[in-house]
Design a protein around this ligand. Structure first.
Ligand code: AGP
Length: 607
């Protein structure tokens, strides 16, 4: 989720780019840089940390450049550092990139054979060298960028400048957003509208496969070799909305980010219908030697571990225990070198999870699931699988949770594959299911307005129950936590089969029961009978389901929200989406501070 800004116009490129990057800070980043083209030379300035660090490098100079590109980096390949910050240069070009180049290692090998030398650990630097090579081979810059994009596999928004052509910015877009703004004698390019809204409201949005050449008096766009015209539109956001990329709250933005995040979390990890993790050192022998998995986490991440227990036990045949980090760290535990410890943490900075990891990391194998490259947790374990969800700003975890489930599912498939538990056709079938996730999440999000209506019906309730069974029981816990932490309403998650062992005493017409009811032969009927127990006591039922038996469910539930069904394994991910929206709108109707709820912090770095 990097930030990108480009500018052609009056001699204020530095000012426009830096202010534009400031407007994109909400996307989260760990370093920044800018390339300014003046008098036939490109000057690149970069800094680790916040934009202030970059601005300090300009205190004594004010560039008069009228063309430049700037970038805020959220590290995906290569730790946060000045060397890894964009722009990256090669020969006469400088380039910035938002996205993930899947085949960067093979491209890097080819380029090294041509004598290219690399200074950074990034995938982006590969693209800069590719572009420079194509120009050296005699192609015009625009054609050179087209040739570069033909070789790159993955997601990208490239902006590139060429010191031999100081009147244009080259742009390529695939899976990662790019908008182009224009006003009298100025052109603006950005990864998101807020960056340019202070200068213009007239924009056009590039589409996947678009290659563009932006000049002061022209915009040329080609797609698949054919000239195309993208329609312009006028943006009427207010500044506060603009700051959150058009959403009222970061939480809603991040709920919608799940479509892109679910693509990025799988990106580069499926090859020829096999699961591959290029950045982990895990041999087949090691995969076969594991006889026990212990997962530790806190809060939402702990719920992800509860779902993953099903994945590791059914797909990899490995017994799996799940523990709260805050409990695990103080307990003596018999472990061995054949135990795999999997700490799960969005931030990688949760003190309890760091301490719990440290308590046995020398005695066992360790592999973390984490969303932040270079975080403390990523430096305490042997291997890390990143969730590639981009920065999660809102305290309530949403896209981090669903991408944790996706990453854990992929790792369980990987272990099952390496241990010979899963045959090729099973892997192929399950991998194809994961590929369907982004579209299914997008489909589930279409129910937003209906869920908003449900929230309006129930937002004044003071107590909620969330119930589920099997692999969806942890989703009941997650739904309850989402509601609690942002609306301050008491909510409990329970296994549906446990209601009659006590909680049923609390059920009456003022206690809504949210049921996560997955498509399943056995569990569906059992849960339906639990719902009849609730209904018989006047309880109002809100059903979340991927089952086609809507009429049957509607016979006991006041409201039914459906999500697409892909597979039983992936139901937990899709069932989470309406629960996130329900919690969000109940909180909005209650007027709480959705993104910064009272008493809570995004990362709990204390005991
Ligand atoms: C979830 O919505 C909460 N923000 C909280 O439970 C969070 O999941 C927990 O603090 C763990 O954080 P981590 O994933 O960064 O370790």
């Amino acid at each position: 989720m990097c930030g990108i800004v480009g500018y052609i116009g009056e001699n204020k490129a530095q000012e426009v780019i830096l202010s534009g990057l400031q407007k994109l800070e909400y996307r989260g980043y760990d370093s920044a840089g800018i390339a300014l083209l003046e008098n036939g030379e490109i000057t690149v300035t970069r800094a680790q940390g916040k934009l202030e660090e970059l601005k300090k490098k300009f205190t004594n100079t004010k560039s008069k450049a009228s063309l430049g590109i700037g970038h805020t980096r959220w590290a995906t390949h290569g730790r946060p550092s000045e060397t890894n910050a964009h722009p990256h240069s090669a020969g006469r070009v400088s380039l910035i990139h938002n996205g993930i180049i899947e085949n960067y290692l093979e491209l890097k090998e080819e380029l090294e054979k041509l004598g290219c030398e690399f200074k950074s650990e990034t995938d982006t630097e590969i693209a800069a060298h590719l572009l420079n090579q194509e120009i050296k081979n005699g192609l015009e810059p625009f054609e050179a960028l087209k040739a570069t994009c033909k070789k790159v596999r993955g997601s990208y928004a490239f902006l590139a400048i060429d010191k031999e052509n100081p009147d244009r910015i080259l742009v390529a877009k695939n899976s990662t957003p790019i908008v182009i703004g224009f006003s009298e004698n100025q052109k603006f390019i950005a990864s998101d509208i807020p960056a340019i809204l202070n200068y213009t409201k007239e924009v056009l949005i590039l589409e996947d496969g678009d290659i563009a050449e932006i000049m002061l008096d022209s915009i040329k766009v080609e797609n698949d070799g054919v000239l195309v015209t993208r329609k312009t539109q006028t943006i009427n956001w207010d500044p506060v909305t603009a700051q959150k990329g058009g959403y009222k709250h970061f939480m809603l933005k991040e709920i919608y980010d799940q479509v892109e995040a679910s693509v990025d979390t799988v990106r580069g990890r499926i090859k020829n219908s096999k699961v591959v993790f290029s950045n982990i050192d895990f041999s087949v022998e090691e995969a076969k030697s594991i006889d026990r998995i212990i997962m530790i986490a806190c809060g939402t991440a702990w719920h992800a571990c509860l779902v993953a227990k099903y994945y590791f036990e059914t797909l990899a045949g490995i017994p799996c225990e799940v523990d709260y980090s805050s409990e695990f760290r103080y307990r003596d535990k018999p472990v061995s070198k054949n135990t795999l410890l999997i700490p799960v943490s969005q931030s990688g900075e949760t003190l309890d999870t760091l301490a719990a990891t440290e308590s046995i990391s020398k005695l066992v194998k360790t592999l973390a699931i984490c969303n932040v490259l270079g975080s403390s947790l990523s430096r305490k374990v042997e291997n890390v699988i990143y969730t590639q969800a981009g920065p999660e700003i809102s305290v309530a975890s949403t896209k981090a949770f669903t991408t944790q489930l996706e990453a854990l599912y992929m790792f369980a498939l990987f272990l099952g594959q390496e241990r010979g538990i899963l045959n090729k056709s099973t892997i192929h079938e399950k991998v194809n299911a994961v590929i369907k996730l982004p579209a299914a999440i997008a489909e589930a999000l279409k129910d937003e307005e209906a869920i908003k209506k449900t929230a309006k019906l129930f937002y004044q309730s003071q107590d909620f129950f969330y119930i589920g069974r099997g692999i969806c029981f942890p989703i009941a816990l997650e739904g309850a936590l989402k509601l609690k932490e942002i609306s301050y309403i008491h909510a409990e998650g329970y296994p549906a089969g446990e209601l009659k062992h006590g909680p049923l005493a609390l059920i009456d017409e003022d206690v809504p029961v949210v049921v996560i009811l997955q498509k399943s032969d056995v569990l569906f009927e059992k849960t339906l009978s639990n719902l009849k127990e609730v209904e018989a006591r006047g309880g109002k039922i809100i059903a979340i389901t991927d089952s086609p038996k809507i009429d049957l469910i509607s016979s006991v539930a006041s409201v039914v929200h459906s999500v697409p069904f892909i597979s039983g394994d992936l139901s937990p991910i899709l069932m989470t989406v309406p629960l996130q929206l329900l919690a969000y709108y109940i909180a909005v109707f209650n007027g709480t501070d959705v993104d910064l709820p009272r008493n809570l912090a995004k990362s709990v770095t204390v005991e």
